[in-house]
Ligand binder design. Structure first.
Ligand SMILES: [Zn+2]
Length: 451
C-alpha cells in the first residue's frame, strides 16, 4: 500500500547570503487576491521588477524599490515586455494532442470518431513517448508552468508523460485514466489492474520533484460502480491525491449517466456516493449543472475546470459562470486539448470573456479576473496556492515573460499605453505563443522563445 508523503508546500526560505539574487525588470502583473470579491486585487507595476533567489520570489514591486532592496543583484532589463505568474491549466488531455483541431463534431461522435481511436494508439510506448515530448513542449511554449493532465488509459504511456514533464521541469499532476465499460475493449482495465497500476504510478511519481498524482476516472459513463470504488480506495490510501474527472458537459452524456446510474439523483451524486468530491476535486466543464448540484459543489468546496474553447468547439453550451459565482462554486481554466483549440491559457481566458459577454446571464470579466482565472484560481484548484499562482514573496518563481515582437499588433498597442489595465487586457487579447519570450518554473528556465 502506498504511503502518502507530500512536500507540496514549502516553508518560506530566508535568502542565504551566498545565493545570487537576480532581478527581472519589466511590467509585472499578478493577482494575489481574488478580483471577483476584491476590486483592488490586481497588483500592477508598469516599471516593475521581480527579484528571484534560489528559485523563489524574493521581492516583487516597482523597480526602484526592488533595486533598493537588492542593490548588488544582477539586473536583466526586459522593459517593453510583461511578466505574469506561470499559467495554470486545470484540464487538458495528453493523448489527444495530435487530434487537436478536429472540428465539426459534438461530444459523443467526437469521442467515437476522433478522440478515442487516437487514445488507443497510446498502447504503443514509442508513440506515447513522442507525444509526451510534444505535449510538455506545448505547455511550456505557451507559458503554462503547472497543469492537471488526463494521462492515458495505459500505465506505460502515462509514465512517459511523467518522465517527459520531469525532464522539462514542469509542475504536473496526472494519472492513469480509468474505465471499465462502454469504450473500445483496449481502453478498459479490470478493477484489479486499475488499483495495481495506479498504485505503482503513485509510488513512482507522487511527490517526486514537481510531479504529483490525480485519480482520474474518464467519466461516470465509462466507470462502473466497482471502478468508482477503486477510485475511493486510492484516495483513502493517499489523501493528498487530486481527484479529477468530467461532469455535466453535454446533454446526451448526462442522459446516458442518468440511465446508467438509476439510483443516483443526478450526475454529481454518482461521484458523491464514493466520497470523490471535496477540496481536492477538479471537475471539468459543468456546463449543465443545476442549482441543487451547484449548492453541493460549493458546500464540498470542489472546483470546476472551465474550458470555454472546448465547450464552444463541441457545441456543448455556454458555461453558466454567473450561477457558479452566485453559488460560490470555485472555477479555474482548462484548455481541454484536443477538444479545445490550443495550449494558450490567455486565449482560453479571452474565450471565457467573449462567451460570458453573450451568455444568457452575461458577465463582463475584467482583465484582473481573467488573469486570476489563468493563474491563481488554478493554483487554488490544485491546492498549490502556497507554492505558485502569484508573486507573493517566498513562493516559487514560476513566471512567463511576454515579449511583443516589433511589427505585431501587440507591440503597437503596448508601445502606446501606460495604463496597466489596458496593457493587461491587450496582452490577454493579443499575446499568442509567438510572444512568449521565456518561461520559468521555480526559477529554472523551461522555455526560451527565439529572439
Ligand atoms: Zn476533458
Amino acid at each position: 500500500m502506498a504511503t502518502a508523503t507530500l512536500p507540496r508546500t514549502r516553508t518560506k526560505k530566508l535568502t542565504p547570503h551566498h545565493e545570487k539574487v537576480e532581478i527581472l525588470r519589466a511590467a509585472v502583473f499578478h493577482t494575489p487576491r481574488n478580483p471577483f470579491s476584491d476590486a483592488t486585487a490586481l497588483a500592477t507595476f508598469t516599471d516593475g521588477a521581480l527579484a528571484i533567489c534560489a528559485g523563489r520570489i524574493a521581492a516583487c514591486g516597482d523597480y526602484i524599490a526592488v533595486r533598493a532592496q537588492y542593490p548588488d543583484a544582477m539586473v536583466r532589463d526586459l522593459r517593453g515586455g510583461c511578466i505574469l505568474p506561470g499559467l495554470i491549466d486545470t484540464h487538458v488531455h495528453f493523448p489527444q494532442l495530435r487530434i487537436t483541431g478536429g472540428l465539426g463534431h459534438s461530444l459523443p461522435d467526437w469521442l467515437d470518431m476522433v478522440a478515442l481511436p487516437e487514445e488507443t494508439r497510446m498502447a504503443d510506448p514509442a508513440r506515447a513517448r513522442a507525444v509526451a515530448r510534444e505535449f510538455v513542449h506545448g505547455l511550456a511554449s505557451h507559458g503554462t508552468t503547472t497543469a492537471l493532465v488526463f494521462g492515458a488509459h495505459f500505465a506505460e504511456a502515462t509514465a512517459e508523460l511523467f518522465e517527459a514533464a520531469s525532464r522539462r521541469g514542469l509542475r504536473l499532476i496526472s494519472g492513469l485514466v480509468l474505465s471499465d465499460r462502454l469504450l473500445s475493449p483496449c481502453l478498459l482495465q479490470t478493477t484489479d489492474a486499475a488499483w495495481r497500476d495506479s498504485t505503482s504510478l503513485i509510488e513512482r511519481y507522487h511527490g517526486t520533484g514537481r510531479l504529483s498524482y490525480a485519480v482520474t476516472p474518464r467519466f461516470a459513463a465509462s466507470a462502473s460502480e466497482p471502478m468508482l470504488e477503486v477510485c475511493q480506495t486510492l484516495l483513502r490510501e493517499n489523501p493528498s491525491l487530486i481527484f479529477t474527472t468530467h461532469i455535466n458537459e453535454n446533454l446526451a452524456e448526462i442522459e446516458q449517466v442518468t440511465l446508467l446510474f438509476p439510483q443516483a439523483s443526478d450526475y454529481l451524486a454518482v461521484y458523491e456516493k464514493y466520497d470523490l468530491i471535496g477540496r481536492r476535486s477538479v471537475l471539468a466543464h459543468s456546463v449543465h449543472t443545476d442549482a441543487a448540484q451547484l449548492a453541493r459543489l460549493a458546500a464540498q468546496n470542489a472546483c470546476i475546470a472551465h474550458c470555454p474553447c472546448s465547450n464552444a468547439a463541441l457545441g456543448s453550451g455556454i458555461f453558466p459562470m454567473r450561477r457558479h459565482l452566485d453559488s460560490q462554486v470555485r472555477f479555474a481554466l482548462g484548455t481541454d486539448i484536443g477538444a479545445g483549440t490550443g495550449f494558450g491559457l490567455l486565449k482560453e481566458a479571452l474565450q471565457a470573456y467573449l462567451l460570458q459577454r453573450i451568455a444568457p446571464e452575461p458577465i463582463t470579466l475584467s482583465a484582473a479576473q481573467m488573469l486570476w482565472l489563468a493563474t491563481r484560481a488554478g493554483a487554488e484548484a490544485l491546492s498549490l496556492e502556497e507554492e505558485t499562482g502569484d508573486f507573493t514573496v517566498g513562493k516559487a518563481a514560476d513566471l512567463v515573460y511576454f515579449r511583443p515582437s516589433p511589427g505585431t499588433t501587440l507591440h503597437a498597442v503596448l508601445a502606446n499605453t501606460d495604463e496597466p489595465e489596458r496593457i493587461l487586457a491587450a496582452l490577454l487579447t493579443l499575446a499568442g505563443p509567438d510572444s512568449v519570450g521565456e518561461v520559468r518554473v521555480e526559477g529554472d528556465t523551461v522555455f526560451e522563445g527565439t529572439p
